[in-house]
Design a protein around this ligand. Structure first.
Ligand SMILES: NC(=O)c1ccc[n+]([C@@H]2O[C@H](COP(=O)([O-])OP(=O)(O)OC[C@H]3O[C@@H](n4cnc5c(N)ncnc54)[C@H](OP(=O)(O)O)[C@@H]3O)[C@@H](O)[C@H]2O)c1
Length: 325
């Protein structure tokens, strides 16, 4: 099988595409012929040794994929069968032509969903759904401010926030990115490259945002912290800007607000049942037409470096996928 390998930490160009033996299939596992693998910002960090988890070398980057079941391991659940189109969460890598995934991390793909959408669905939508519902407790009628709103997780937060009945304010760095956010349900937008976030928020939501969803960190977080409403909740999702912010505790005190951490992938260990339930709910929302996944670029597997660079250079919107086969 073909696989992109990381043999030492470095930039995307230090990875290599190689022919490697297919992994062994264990009990309760599923072998999948991978048709598409999504790029996540986390992948850009893992390959550089900048992520909280550091897999042993050599490893295959990637977390999520879609494809066809080739083979079932002993004891795999009866609702799965060879030939079935599935989505898989694959902590052992996804940039490859064949993957072995735990059956518990495999989800049948709904009819009509294509491989590119399937591969790019679980991490971004799953993170935003549990981030907004379970962590922030976002309620209908509340104001939600999403930073990095045209990105992978950002755009899903815009859609899910809207579906939950919130008023959604999307913040991003260009007018094109903000137009995409409006097309996905944002009620108002802020270009934080050209406008002052705090001043614009004063105009758009004088009482502040009840929930702030932040995959960016850095200066955007610092500015957003000044825009939170009384008893507001700031969900810290990630630090795409490259800077992990610090919080002056007095700002939390005067607003009775909370900063809430959210590491979605960790639910696979801590509460897999809730993670699965959330993904099924999201599939239902997709089947009902409530969610409209956006894939800005689909590139062949051999263009893995270019695909990773699209995220690192802020040129991607929604998701970027690698196509295989
Ligand atoms: N906690 C979790 O469970 C979880 C799950 C998924 C992702 N994440 C994290 O969430 C963050 C976003 O992930 P993603 O996959 O959505 O990434 P993405 O698609 O690349 O989106 C990131 C967004 O951040 C903004 N950004 C600001 N400064 C940037 C910079 N220097 N480089 C790149 N982007 C920058 C960009 O929007 P503008 O140009 O509009 O600013 C971009 O749209 C990452 O830190 C990732 O690790 C966390």
């Amino acid at each position: 099988m073909r696989a992109v390998l990381c043999k030492e930490f470095g930039p995307p160009e230090s990875l290599s595409l190689e022919e490697v033996p297919a992994p062994a299939l264990g009990p309760g596992q599923v072998r999948v012929a991978v048709k598409a693998a999504a790029i996540n910002f986390a992948d850009t960090l893992v390959i550089q040794g900048k992520y909280q988890e550091k897999p042993p070398f050599p490893f295959i980057p990637g977390l999520e994929l879609a494809g066809d079941i080739l083979e079932l391991g002993e004891g795999a659940p009866k609702h799965l069968a060879p030939g079935q189109r599935v989505i898989g969460l694959s902590p052992k890598g996804a940039y490859c032509s064949e993957a072995v995934v735990d059956a518990a991390m495999v989800l049948p793909m709904p009819p009509g969903m294509d491989y590119a959408v399937g591969a790019s669905f679980p991490v971004a939508y799953g993170t935003s759904h549990m981030g907004l519902v379970d962590r922030a407790g976002l309620k209908a009628g509340e104001t939600l401010l999403v930073l990095g709103a045209s990105g992978g997780v950002g755009l899903t937060a815009v859609e899910i926030g809207k579906a939950l009945g919130a008023r959604v304010i999307a913040a991003a760095s260009s007018d094109d990115k903000l137009a995409l956010c409006r097309a996905h349900g944002a009620d108002a937008t802020i270009n934080y490259a050209t406008e002052d976030l705090k001043a614009r928020m004063k105009e758009l939501a004088p009482k502040g945002a009840d929930v702030i969803y932040d995959p960016v960190g850095g200066d955007a977080f610092d500015a957003a912290l000044r825009c939170v409403a009384w008893e507001g909740r700031i969900v810290t999702i990630g630090y795409a800007s490259g800077r992990i912010p610090s919080v002056p505790a007095n700002l939390l005190l005067v607003k009775n607000c909370s900063v809430i951490g959210h590491y979605w992938g960790a639910y696979a260990r801590h509460n897999p049942a809730r993670l699965g339930q959330s993904l099924l709910e999201l599939m239902r929302m997709w089947s009902a037409g409530t969610l409209k996944p956006h894939v800005s670029h689909a590139l062949p597997l051999a263009q893995y470096a270019e695909a990773l660079r699209l995220l690192m250079d802020r040129k991607a919107t929604g998701k970027v996928v690698l196509t295989i086969g």
